[in-house]
Design a binder for this molecule. Structure first.
Ligand code: NAP
Length: 317
């Protein structure tokens, strides 16, 4: 059991389309087969020692899959973190134009909590899904009070996830949110990877007390893998390939290990959609990068504005 540094993110097993740079067509979609495969991936993750699972109502069937699966496993060592604030609206239609709708109202929190609470007692964390300034969520007193109430009533942690080129500003404001003089947020799920290292600017502010830092999008939605459409990353691809060859693992394991060694987070999320990918991701446990190799990879950091404008152009595949 050496895989505690990796948690499993369920976005890719909950809905057939997801933001990535995948180019091949997926075979004809069957809801039953997709559900079956999702459960198999969860089982393999569990057998490989993963005990932290991240989900959201916005991830299609993922949360429901976990509600049923954790009940069946009946294992108190399984920890689930869910979110609220996005509704999945594509109804598993591969041609859907809109996949999710954001709603940070108190009504949405109450509505989604009614379902998410079924994850108790394995539910450890409830997170605001993509906290931004636009929805005013960090100043919505009614919502913040409700979250504090859920925290004390159910003994769960309250967290938030951040996305976008102003992640660091949202994080700076989030750590200041207190209810009755206690910081509200204890879990911070943040995008961090070789290309977007902006988290390092605010790490000292967040990595205090017993706060948990959870890393998402560690593979930059697939952009760390060699791809002729991204010629600007040629040198990064070469460096990653050399390290992958040296440690006899895939590029994914190198990129995940970079996150582990530079942040020392609570967990890095694997976003694998296939069992084979998950097993490759878990090779992160087989080696350590040398300090000079970490420094070499740090050099490939790009500006957060460029990173997120490129991400906006990625499709749902
Ligand atoms: N706003 C939020 O709260 C938010 C946003 C994003 C993610 N998350 C959480 O973070 C988790 C992880 O993020 P993510 O999946 O978006 O990002 P990610 O880890 O950066 O990217 C996953 C991508 O890597 C590919 N991949 C993984 N292992 C591979 C391998 N061995 N070989 C080739 N390709 C491989 C996947 O391929 P495919 O193309 O085959 O799928 C997918 O495109 C999610 O599941 C979710 O729980 C939260």
């Amino acid at each position: 059991m050496k895989t505690q540094k990796i948690g499993f993110g369920t976005a890719a097993i909950g809905r057939p389309q997801y933001i990535n740079i995948r180019s091949q067509e997926i075979e004809a979609f069957s809801l039953a087969a997709f559900k079956e495969k999702g459960t198999q991936v969860l089982e393999v993750a569990y057998r490989q020692g993963i005990r932290y699972f991240d989900t959201a109502p916005g991830y299609g069937m993922a949360e429901e899959l976990l509600i049923n699966w954790v009940k069946e496993k009946d294992d108190p060592t399984i920890e689930v973190a869910t979110k609220w604030g996005y509704a999945y609206v594509a109804n598993f239609d591969p041609d859907a134009l809109v996949h999710e709708v954001k709603d940070h109202s108190l009504g949405q929190l109450i509505k989604q909590w009614k379902v998410s609470r079924k994850l108790l007692p394995n539910l450890s964390t409830l997170q605001i899904h993509s906290a931004t300034f636009e929805t005013g969520i960090l100043e919505n007193e009614a919502v913040l009070q409700k979250l504090a109430h859920l925290k004390s009533t159910f003994g769960i942690k309250i967290g938030l996830t951040t996305t976008g080129d102003n992640q660091t500003e949202v994080l700076r404001e989030a750590v200041e949110v207190t209810i009755d003089d206690d910081p509200l947020f204890e879990v911070f799920q943040i995008t961090y990877n070789i290309l977007d290292q902006s988290l390092l600017e605010v790490l000292d502010l967040i990595d205090v007390n017993n706060n948990r830092i959870v890393i998402k999008e560690a593979l930059a939605n697939g952009r760390v893998f060699p791809n002729t459409n991204y010629s600007a990353y040629k040198n990064m691809y070469v460096a990653l390939e050399q390290l992958a060859e040296k440690y006899k693992v895939g590029i994914d394991a190198i990129a995940l290990q970079f996150c582990v060694q530079t942040i020392r987070p609570f967990v890095v999320l694997s976003g694998a959609s296939e069992i084979s990918q998950l097993k490759e991701n878990l090779k992160v446990n087989e080696f350590q990068l040398l300090a000079e190799e970490v420094s070499q990879l740090k050099y490939f950091n790009i500006d957060a504005i460029d990173y997120w404008s490129e991400r906006k152009r990625l499709g749902w595949n």
